[in-house]
Write a protein that binds this ligand. Structure first.
Ligand code: ZN
Ligand code: ZN
Length: 296
């Protein structure tokens, strides 16, 4: 999929339309809109040099995502441009983080911060090292974590886009993402009622049986159902009483232009609140479906 300036303009219009139509999600759009825009622009910048990684079709068929078949990241990836794009977008979306993100942008631009070594820090799961790095960079730990999460997502989205043609003919029957191994944050029902699961980390989408739970693979109409909200037939949530998980779901059978999954998921934030109040847990936690305000 090649994107153009027109696609980016369309995305900006879609965000504005959502802001007008759904004022209750304005704060989420203010926070994450710049990140959606920044990621699209960055993906366009790096599309000349597609990233290809080897796939073993047999391991893939057995449910081993690309992330478990080898390393997804390498130091040669465009870390610095991704880091700059993420820092600029967070500065726009999160006013409290603007000062530290502007400072970080200068450090990245001068080559004094190496974003590929920063991401390895987040994979270590070592709080002491992360905290020390946050102190060194003079920023709050939460802000550094937000930056690292989106830095990883930008790079993963590039891989998912560049590998989509290779993966399309291969068979995948799991409820977690074939690229990065994460559970979906959204499902979209397209023509003939086919359910497409959406990965919130890398943006990959894959087909999955409509009545089966992607999280625990349980399939029994008695334990699974779709929750509807009065007056709206398009937006629902799949629920599984076996694992107590839910998946927000949008029905878009005849859509010519495919809206970005992140934007659709954010417009369903009211369903997240409702489901969580009823004791269900999201299949994948994202910043916009965890209860509470997005302000850092
Ligand atoms: Zn993924
Ligand atoms: Zn389940």
């Amino acid at each position: 999929m090649v994107s153009s300036n027109d696609d980016i303009e369309t995305l900006a219009e879609e965000i504005e339309q959502a802001r007008t139509a759904l004022p209750h999600i304005a704060s989420l759009l203010n926070a994450f809109g710049p990140l959606m825009m920044g990621r699209s622009r960055w993906l366009m910048e790096v599309q000349e040099d597609p990233k290809k990684i080897p796939v073993d079709p047999i391991q893939y068929h057995d449910g081993k995502p690309l992330s478990e078949q080898g390393s997804l990241f390498s130091p040669e990836d465009p870390w610095q441009s991704a880091g700059l794009a993420v820092a600029q977008a967070i500065a726009l979306g999160f006013p409290n983080a603007a000062r530290s993100m502007t400072a970080l942008s200068s450090l990245i631009a001068d080559g004094r911060v190496d974003c590929s070594s920063l991401i390895t820090l987040s994979e270590l799961d070592d709080d002491a090292q992360l905290t020390a790095r946050a102190v060194e960079l003079a920023m709050e730990l939460e802000i550094l974590l937000l930056f690292l999460r989106f830095l990883g997502r930008f790079l993963l989205t590039r891989i998912a886009r560049d590998m989509a043609d290779e993966l399309a003919p291969l068979s995948w029957s799991k409820g977690y993402c074939p690229v990065c191994g994460t559970f979906p944050h959204l499902a979209i029902l397209r023509e003939h009622g086919q359910r497409w699961l959406q990965c919130g980390e890398c943006g990959h989408e894959w087909k999955f049986p409509r009545l089966q739970c992607p999280h625990c693979e349980h399939e029994d109409p008695a334990d699974t159902s779709y929750l509807f909200v009065a007056g709206n037939k398009e937006d629902t949530a799949f629920t599984c009483s076996q694992c107590q998980r839910y998946l927000v779901t949008s029905s878009r059978p005849a859509e010519l232009h495919q809206s970005p999954a992140d934007l659709i998921a954010i417009t369903l934030a009211h369903l997240d609140i409702l489901l969580q109040e009823n004791g269900f847990t999201p299949m994948a936690e994202c910043e916009w479906n965890t209860l509470g305000s997005p302000q850092v």
